[in-house]
Design a protein around this ligand. Structure first.
Ligand SMILES: Cc1ncc(COP(=O)(O)O)c(C=O)c1O
Length: 381
């Protein structure tokens, strides 16, 4: 076939043409732990499903292709993928990390990596100068950036950070969970590794927990695959198939979700009882132009502060279209209270400084009709 296929085509075709025996279009679920060898010293290419499984392999090569990476590994969750990253580091190393990132990632760096001798240095990674200063410290081996951030939607200048990481010879990792390869292409902008909670947009239906790492080079992809096999935090065949099926509609879902998010964000800015709206597609967003330059959209996550915190409980309990639940990225719209849910393990002083307060609600916008989402919130604000 002539030329490189567009991402929509690659996604729609994910996992097709693998089954040479029956010609199944949907990738079969190889629900097997082990594989018979044709003869002594021979292998079909698959030996044991912790090391590799055809359904997971189809998913891994599909994600590597859409992301423009040399290889990908899928894990049992996004945090298992973060854990694999930590295993690239040694005691005494430092890792520079986005300060307002997903609370579980913060907890892993702060309460798992740190006691093991790997020191996280939390900085505002939307501030390129602050990152430059942090990288100048001794012993920094990795820069881990979530962009847009969770829940405040700050945007990093990824090409500038890639240059800085290169200058300081540190591994540059981007958590691309919020925008995905459809919205943002970190490897093309110079990242070494892309991390996913595949539980979110990649799978897209709130029905599976999964994580992934995509590597820019074969050497790094092999190192991650080694850790994946050695530690064993793999994604099973059934869950791999669910993510593979989700990938097929990713571009369509994200386009609709981002369009809904823009409408909802615009509407929220006009509501009397809404104090502040965080969404990169709003004209007053301080780093929105970074997405105009480097991405194909503003994503479908937003956050807003209500005027009266005493109305939060009524709102969370009163919604009939939104679901009051943690997580994000699925077709159903979810509303979350970060202070007591996703970010409960963060240091209270940091939460306060960042503005993750008792007025802040985070919304993952789904594919419902935007009018229904607004009508759901209006009487409760
Ligand atoms: C941006 C981001 N990264 C990583 C994770 C962790 O992924 P998982 O919940 O699949 O372990 C999450 C989970 O919410 C997330 O929002």
């Amino acid at each position: 076939m002539a030329g490189k296929q567009s991402i929509e085509t690659q996604l729609a075709q994910a996992g097709t043409r693998w089954d040479k025996q029956a010609g199944a279009i949907s990738m079969p679920i190889f629900q097997t732990a082990t594989f018979a060898h044709p003869a002594l010293g021979q292998s079909t290419g698959f030996d044991y499903s912790r090391t590799s499984n055809p359904t997971r392999a189809a998913l891994e090569s599909a994600l590597a292709a859409v992301e423009g990476g040399a290889g990908a590994s899928f894990f049992g969750s996004g945090l298992a993928a973060v854990d694999a990253l930590v295993r690239l580091l040694s005691p005494g190393d430092r890792v520079v990390v986005t300060e307002d990132l997903y609370g579980g990632t913060y907890r892993l760096f702060n309460q798992v990596a740190k006691p093991a001798g790997i020191t996280p240095v939390f900085v505002d990674t939307s501030d390129t100068d602050a990152v430059a200063q942090a990288l100048a410290q001794d012993g920094v081996k990795m820069l881990f950036v979530e962009s847009p951030t969770n829940p405040l939607l700050k945007i990093a200048d990824i090409p500038a950070l890639a240059q800085l990481a290169d200058d300081h010879d540190v591994l540059f990792v981007v958590d691309n969970t919020f925008l995905t390869a459809v919205g943002q292409r970190p490897i093309e902008m110079g990242a070494d590794l892309v991390l996913y909670s595949a539980s979110k947009y990649l799978a897209g239906h709130n029905d599976v927990v999964a994580g992934a790492l995509v590597a820019q080079t074969t050497e790094l992809a092999e190192r991650i695959a080694f850790i994946q096999n050695a530690v064993g935090a793999i994604l099973g065949p059934m869950d791999s198939w669910l993510v593979l099926r989700g990938l097929k509609t990713l571009a369509l879902r994200l386009e609709r979700q981002a369009a809904n998010a823009q409408l909802l964000a615009d509407w929220l800015t006009k509501q009397a009882n809404v104090k502040k709206v965080y969404y990169p597609g709003l004209p007053d967003h301080p780093q929105g132009d970074r997405l105009r330059d480097h991405a194909c959209g503003y994503g479908a996550m937003l956050a807003f502060e209500v005027e009266h915190p005493d109305r939060v409980a009524r709102l969370l309990e009163g919604v009939k279209v939104f679901l009051f639940a943690e997580s994000l990225g699925g077709v159903e719209s979810l509303i979350t209270y970060p202070l007591v849910q996703t970010h409960a393990d963060m240091d209270p002083a940091l939460l306060d400084r960042l503005g993750i307060n008792n007025r802040l609600l985070r919304v993952s916008v789904g594919i419902e009709h935007a009018q229904d989402l607004m009508a759901d919130l209006e009487p409760l604000l």
